[in-house]
Design a protein around this ligand. Structure first.
Ligand code: SF4
Ligand code: SF4
Length: 442
């Protein structure tokens, strides 16, 4: 396995841009409040956070990978140096901030002072980004957001065409399934991950089947539909704010009652919790309520709006991957576990689980950073691979695109012989299709 501290970052070898110390000092000053000062000064270096961090555990418990080391040697050192940073130092910060921390926030629940390490890594990323030390692929995706509002740069007409195409295909099998775009005054404005219309349009069709079966009032917006926020992970705070504003403002314009998020973890973090701050809203609350797919599916099953065919319940052993931003940071771990008895017979929880579950190793933006960082993901994902293997499960359900891809990669890397499945795929296969959706000649 690769030594993740030695992974060479070639992206900056030609970075000739001079360091802008004024800019660094401005960012440091803007964040120099009581919260950060307290965290930096109160840490007693007790080391209690170390065993909580999957990166530390997976990489030979190297003390340089402990959460406390990471923030003291990034943001802490930036303050100590009063912003006088060198390129060599920023390169080290880049390695720590993007390759050695997924900002999963597990360490914070173990720290006796509740120090939020991920929040400090976020500022470190912001400062690195301001000096051109940023992951190139995340920067390109961010640029796409700037130009088009979504990280795949999909033009609005193409999204509409994809929805029309999926509607036609779906109507061949299910009566009355519509995929409305920009429909005003609906209950849910459904926001998606750009990889869905680009690579997995079937995902949109699956969502439409579920919503139709449940009798939901919904729409996909023609703009402001990208619920992910790659600029947030790239350290581009201004653009990250714009991304969430796109979604909030569209929901307000359409008069949607709520914003619904597809099966994506960091989208939930972005829109439900960090978004209001990124977008400059006072009070930390989004202007429109934000709901994650897991919560809505639980409500549908609980309220009988979706009914499962008992003969279609999954018989193989399954486990559930709690995405950090859906469970620990999003609070939806129990809703997920209430869904599982409806759809599967042999559930085997991981240990630890719920809010204590470990990050899969694909979060914090490392997944879209490209194949050159896959060895890092695989090395740090060892903890997750061992957790999954211990369950004996053959299927891992996870409502998050990053976890989904990471678990499939881990399965190959560690011979786990498991496959990841999203909730949508399972539900479409196992619900009782209501009479009004049955084709006459079926
Ligand atoms: S547990 Fe908290 S106080 Fe102890 S070393 Fe870690 S961050 Fe510092
Ligand atoms: S936020 Fe997660 S990855 Fe980062 S130091 Fe804490 S436990 Fe480790």
């Amino acid at each position: 396995m690769v030594d993740i501290k030695e992974v060479l970052v070639k992206e900056f070898e030609n970075n000739e841009t001079p360091i802008d110390r004024d800019k660094i000092r401005r960012i440091l000053a803007a964040n120099d409040g009581a919260r950060i000062r307290t965290w930096l000064s109160i840490c007693s270096r007790c080391g209690l956070c170390a065993e909580s961090c999957f990166v530390y555990l997976a990489n030979d418990r190297d003390p340089r990978l402990s959460p406390a080391y990471k923030f003291h040697h990034t943001l802490g050192a930036m303050y100590r140096r009063k912003g006088k940073l060198t390129k060599e130092f920023l390169k080290q910060c880049y390695q720590i901030s993007w390759l050695q921390c997924t900002m999963c926030k597990r360490c914070s629940i173990f720290c006796p002072f509740g120090i939020d390490i991920a929040a400090m890594i976020t500022i470190s990323r912001h400062i690195c980004h301001s000096q051109g030390f940023k992951p190139q692929s995340l920067a390109e995706f961010s640029e796409n957001c700037r130009k088009s509002g979504n990280h795949m740069a999909m033009p609005e007409e193409e999204l509409v065409d994809t929805c029309d195409w999926m509607e036609e295909e779906t109507e061949d099998e299910y009566k009355g399934v519509k995929i409305p775009v920009d429909k005003p005054k609906v209950k849910y404005m459904y926001t998606i991950n750009p990889r869905e219309p680009v690579y997995y349009p079937q995902d949109i069709s699956n969502a439409a089947i579920i919503f139709t079966a449940a009798g939901e009032s919904w729409t996909i917006p023609g703009f402001g539909w990208d619920c992910t926020n790659l600029p947030m992970f790239c350290g581009d705070r201004d653009l990250a704010g714009q991304q969430v504003r796109n979604v909030y403002e569209k929901a307000l314009e359409l008069g949607a009652e709520k914003i619904l998020i597809t099966e994506c973890g960091h989208a939930y973090r972005s829109l439900a919790f960090e978004g209001p701050y990124l977008a400059g809203y006072n009070g930390g609350k989004p202007p429109v309520e934000v709901v994650h797919f897991v919560r809505l599916m639980y409500e549908y099953l609980r309220d009988g709006r979706l009914k499962i065919d008992p003969f279609k319940k999954i018989k193989e052993p399954i486990t559930y991957q709690d995405p950090c931003n859906v469970s620990r940071n999003g609070g939806l771990w129990e809703e997920a576990r209430k869904i599982i008895p409806y759809i599967a017979e042999d559930f085997r929880d991981m240990a630890p689980n719920r809010d204590y579950n470990h990050c899969c190793g694909g979060g914090g933006g490392i997944m879209p950073m490209g194949p050159q960082y896959k060895p890092v993901r695989m090395a740090s994902g060892r903890v997750k691979a061992e957790q999954i293997r211990a369950t004996g499960a053959k299927i891992v359900i996870t409502p998050c695109h990053n976890c989904f891809d990471q678990i499939n990669d881990l399965s190959e890397e560690y011979d786990l012989d498991v496959k990841a499945l999203a909730l949508k795929e399972i539900l479409v296969e196992s619900i009782i299709i209501p009479d009004h959706m049955q084709l006459e000649d079926a």
